[in-house]
Design a protein around this ligand. Structure first.
Ligand SMILES: Cc1ncc(COP(=O)(O)O)c(C=O)c1O
Length: 402
């Protein structure tokens, strides 16, 4: 499937809401029928807890869960399914790296580097850790257009740098970062890199090994999968250095009252009953994405954003926020005299779903002198015709406020 005309028909939400223009894909995507069906089928026909029962239903559920692990590994380019842990999402994955890996490595006077584009999920865990360990949180700034400055990254990397944590695509202004180059710069100084792939995984070409990511994180719900499931990929050389931060059943070799021996990564990250149906749903979402051409999807998203930027900027008093050199399917803007929330509400009344606020990137927006923007974020089921409709709605709002 390479972006067929009828792509929308795979998503039941649009049958239930025929007029809906859904432009809030950076928050969460819609789910295709195949994902909804896979979850329903699991609960109706295959439901059992995993890695515990020896009866056939449980064994089959365990196999299905482990098949998805292998599927994820293959999809992201990991060498082995053992490089992939299931988590509850990107936020959970990043917190595991902060508390389970970096906490042990970090000493007073060390530094952690992030970029100003960071989502709060890829900022606060490092900030908390830096505070606790009396380490420094270094922030690579972005220029007025929203591009990261690689020279600044180079200057900030030094022998006390313990991690670089970067974002593939900015969820608030759309910047598509030169992740491979940034990883290369960090690696030359011996610094491991975490990539927050929440906004790119599924619809952009990805191979974690070619990229060189040491830690890679993403959420199922942003790539057509269910809520409550995510992935943490850890490069083999760091796997014995990431310790569990949650403890309980399913992650142990041997428990005595005096001490416990844990299983190796990734099993040591999956204490307790995991979200089995969610993982099955993630598998279905990946199967859906596997049928797409990621190069074409990335092009489609960029061309929608380019189209929207040009169209929206034609409105007098509408200001695009961020004009990065390379970008994904995300457009942020403000309109003179209309609060971003009011704008989003007016659009909502017209059946157009966009988000308003700081998009969990408050420091970035503050550095741009803003408290909030209105954001349209696109996916494979969006079209230029829909953007034309939004343009008309924006013009009408503008007229109303004049
Ligand atoms: C770039 C980025 N990182 C991290 C997250 C957090 O993802 P989740 O809420 O699924 O944990 C988001 C969510 O919007 C995001 O856009």
């Amino acid at each position: 499937m390479t972006l067929p005309q009828n792509i929308k028909s795979h998503f039941p939400i649009f049958t239930h809401h025929p007029g809906l223009l859904y432009f809030d894909n950076a928050a969460t995507t819609q789910r295709p029928q195949v994902v909804i069906e896979a979850i329903e089928k699991f609960y109706k026909e295959e439901n059992a807890n995993i890695h515990r029962g020896v009866y056939p239903l449980s064994a089959r559920a365990s196999q299905a869960y482990e098949r998805v692990r292998a599927q994820v590994a293959n999809f992201i380019g990991a060498a082995n399914s053992k490089d992939v842990a299931f988590t509850s999402g990107t936020t959970d994955s990043i917190n595991r790296v902060a508390s389970g890996y970096l906490k042990k490595q970090l000493e007073e006077g060390d530094n952690i580097i992030i970029s100003a584009l960071a989502h709060h999920a890829n900022l606060i865990p490092w900030q908390m850790l830096a505070e606790e360990k009396k380490a420094e949180l270094r922030v690579i700034s972005v220029d007025a257009q929203g591009n990261v400055d690689l020279n600044e990254l180079l200057k900030k990397l030094d022998r006390r740098s313990r991690l670089l944590a970067i974002t593939s695509i900015s969820n608030s202004i759309g910047t598509l970062n030169p992740v491979a180059e940034m990883i290369d710069l960090a690696h030359r100084k011996g610094v491991p890199v975490l990539v927050d792939g929440a906004q790119s995984t599924g619809l952009y070409p990805l191979n974690v090994r070619t990229l060189g990511a040491d830690f890679y994180t993403f959420s199922a719900h942003k790539m057509f999968g269910p809520f409550g499931v995510g992935v943490l990929y850890v490069r083999p050389r760091y796997q014995d250095q990431i310790k569990p931060i949650h403890f309980g059943g399913g992650m142990i070799k041997r428990v005595q009252f005096s001490k416990t021996e844990f299983l190796d990564f990734p099993k040591n990250q999956e204490a307790g009953t995991p979200n089995v149906a969610g993982v099955i749903g993630l598998g279905a979402a990946i199967s859906f994405c596997e049928k797409l051409d990621q190069v074409q999807c990335a092009k489609h998203l960029k061309s929608l954003a380019a189209y929207a930027k040009e169209a929206f900027a034609s409105i007098d008093g509408l200001h695009l926020v961020g004009q990065p050199k390379d970008y994904g399917g995300i457009v942020s803007f403000t309109m003179d005299q209309v609060h971003p929330h009011d704008l989003a509400q007016f659009l909502g009344e017209e059946g157009i779903a966009v988000r308003a606020g700081h998009h969990c990137t408050q420091p970035l927006l503050e550095s741009m002198g803003l408290a909030a923007t209105t954001r349209a974020s696109f996916s494979i089921y969006n079209s230029t015709a829909e953007i034309d409709q939004m343009l008309e709605a924006l013009k009408a709002i503008k007229k109303f406020w004049e």
